[in-house]
Ligand binder design. Structure first.
Ligand SMILES: [Zn+2]
Length: 107
């Protein structure tokens, strides 16, 4: 089967190590592209990965948030679930920096 992403490679059976938000979820069977390295999992495996993420309490941690204005700066609301996951507390210092098209906040 041809890779639907790069349309150059062929898909071979293998395994993929799933990491979500920096948390290792385990190794799962997948089809891997020989050229771009993209991995594809079937519906059953995708559900298993979802279950593993739920067990680790990280399922649904990626959320939409709005950028608001506060004085001359912009503010990003951190959802409660993410704050709880990282054990963030009000008043704590954090280091913020850009990384390509992302903003990284280190706590
Ligand atoms: Zn590919």
């Amino acid at each position: 089967m041809k890779c639907p992403v790069c349309e150059k490679g062929t898909l071979k059976k293998g395994t993929v190590k799933e990491v979500m938000f920096g948390v290792y979820l385990g190794e799962f069977p997948a089809e891997l592209c020989s050229v771009c390295g993209e991995s594809f999992t079937d519906e059953r495996t995708t559900r298993k990965i979802e279950d593993a993420a739920k067990k680790k309490g990280i399922w649904g941690l990626g959320k939409k948030t709005k950028i608001t204005r506060t004085g001359n700066s912009l503010a990003v609301r951190i959802p409660k679930e993410i704050a709880d996951f990282l054990n963030l507390k009000e008043g704590r210092e954090a280091f913020i920096h850009p990384e390509e098209k992302k903003i990284v906040i280190e706590t």
